[in-house]
Design a protein around this ligand. Structure first.
Ligand SMILES: Cc1cc2nc3c(=O)[nH]c(=O)nc-3n(C[C@H](O)[C@H](O)[C@H](O)COP(=O)(O)OP(=O)(O)OC[C@H]3O[C@@H](n4cnc5c(N)ncnc54)[C@H](O)[C@@H]3O)c2cc1C
Length: 464
């Protein structure tokens, strides 16, 4: 046997079937894509490696979807369609609380809701299944290869939408891609979320208020940076993080908190070895954090670990280059595009690449900030019948810092799903889709694409 390469024998594998639209990856973008394609009458299949839809929001244990409003404004809603439907339904189910900025929810509730939405739309879902290759002939994708307990199978598709976050399908189809920051291709750190119980929220909030009042000179006193500095000085914490990145509180679980605090740097999220190393290190950080909270934060003396999630949260990996590459200038100048398919409004949220805290490239926008997202960033170069939606779209490293949050990802997915359906109905490709018809149908399904849509959007149901 060759020491470096093993030659796998050529063999025939069964064909699982043929679908109109196959969506690979069932995260926020994949949910938007699959539900939109199925609602448009397409026979639709989602392939997902875990046991639930939702990606980072569920398997990644992150109970917070943002951004529904124009940034720091009076709550003018800029996000509609499936993203808005998810938020409304979480509240209706009694597992979520909404404010203009975001919806906070119980992760288990979102898993149930997304199963329901897929079932109602007629989406076929295949969990516990890993995408492993793309079937490409003459520059056209005709399906994918999957691997699961059943074995290895081919899945034929008229159209494929890559919602893997890492651009796995496009990468295996030979599309061009970029990774990380331009200087050395390093990506944002990864984070294992975790959920704690036994929090006395009133006392924690009082402590936080007093801390903010007495530390007014700190840039973001609500992050309690001084607490962690003291813990490090006392020898009770390694310096993996300098402040809270987020404490996600859901009123339906009043003594629970979802914690965004762990940070592992220099991870290549497309390598299983790196993901394993990151997960083991981040789990240590979770328990170290609980000890620090118990010691230093009044109201947290009796907290306990509820869960770490199925998977570590990835902020960045491959960005698949497409018909247009969205830039930080587009975002910061609040660009408008003729082929817009959704709005984004999140700040440029880049966690420090070389250490704890935030990166110098993070950017906080002015009031009333929002920008349009062009359809062309979903259309990869080289391969026909393929769309990319979510975290792996065609943009720069800095632009991704804003585009990567869940509301725009769901919106990009919805646009890709509908575009795939229309391209089958009209005999077009991703590149030649009738953009006016796509926009009209997106608007008809509740998406907000321009000022007229914003003006006529409903007010929020605010219960938090
Ligand atoms: C720690 C952290 C905190 C965040 N905080 C916020 C926040 O507060 N608000 C917000 O809105 N956003 C937040 N984000 C960003 C947001 O969650 C993600 O960018 C978003 O989920 C991306 O959506 P996606 O569908 O593109 O990818 P993902 O959510 O990563 O989903 C991809 C899906 O594809 C599946 N998949 C991947 N590869 C394969 C394969 N080969 N075979 C089968 N299945 C596969 C995965 O299992 C997953 O379900 C945060 C992200 C992280 C990591």
């Amino acid at each position: 046997m060759n020491a470096e390469m093993f030659r796998e024998d050529e063999k025939k594998i069964p064909v699982a079937g043929e679908w109109d639209v196959v969506v690979v990856g069932g995260g926020p973008a994949g949910v938007g894509a699959a539900v939109a394609a199925a609602r448009a009458g397409m026979k639709t299949l989602v392939i997902e490696q875990f046991n639930c839809l939702g990606g980072v929001a569920t398997a990644g244990g992150h109970g917070h979807i943002s951004n529904y409003e124009e940034h720091t404004s009076d709550g003018r809603r800029i996000a509609g369609g499936i993203a808005n439907e998810i938020a409304d339904r979480l509240v209706e189910m009694g597992v979520g609380a909404r404010n203009p900025h975001a919806v906070d929810f119980e992760v288990e509730g979102l898993k149930l809701l997304l199963d329901r939405m897929a079932e109602e739309a007629g989406v076929e879902v295949l969990y516990h299944t890993f995408f492993c290759d793309s079937i490409v002939e003459d520059g056209v994708i005709g399906g994918i290869i999957i691997q699961n307990k059943t074995g290895r199978q081919a899945v034929y598709a008229k159209r494929v939408i890559d919602c893997t976050g890492d651009g796995d399908v496009a990468y295996h189809a030979g599309c061009d891609y970029e990774v990380g920051r331009p200087t050395d291709h390093k990506c944002q750190p990864v984070t294992l979320m975790f959920t704690i119980g036994g929090v006395d929220m009133e006392r924690v909030n009082n402590f936080r208020k007093e801390y903010c009042e007495s530390h007014k000179d700190e840039p973001a006193p609500w992050k309690l940076c001084g607490v962690y500095e003291k813990a490090v000085k006392d020898g009770n914490m390694r310096r993996f993080q300098t402040g809270n990145m987020g404490w996600w509180y859901t009123p339906t679980r009043p003594d629970w908190l979802g914690i965004n605090f762990t940070h592992v740097i220099y991870i290549d999220t497309t390598k299983a070895e790196d993901l394993t190393r990151a997960t083991i290190e981040a789990r240590k950080q979770c328990y170290e954090t609980i000890d620090v909270y118990r010691k230093y934060i009044p109201g947290m003396e009796n907290i306990y670990m509820i869960s770490t999630p199925n998977t570590i949260g990835l902020r960045e990996s491959r960005r698949i280059m497409g018909a247009y590459k969205m830039t930080e200038e587009d975002i910061k100048s609040m660009a408008r595009f003729d082929d817009t398919i959704a709005y984004g409004s999140f700040f440029v949220d880049i966690h420090a690449i070389d250490g704890p805290g935030m990166d110098p490239t993070q950017w906080h926008p002015p009031a009333k900030f929002k920008y349009q997202i062009p359809y062309r960033i979903l259309v990869p170069n080289k391969i026909d019948n393929l769309w990319v939606a979510g975290r792996c779209v065609s943009c720069t490293h800095v632009a991704l810092g804003s585009l990567r949050v869940m509301v725009p990802c769901i919106g990009m997915g919805q646009a890709a799903g509908l575009a795939a359906a229309q391209s089958i109905q009209n005999g077009t490709t991703a590149r030649t889709v009738d953009i006016n018809k796509l926009q009209a149908d997106l608007k008809a399904s509740g998406m907000i694409l321009d000022e007229d849509d914003i003006a006529t959007a409903n007010h929020f149901t605010v219960n938090a």
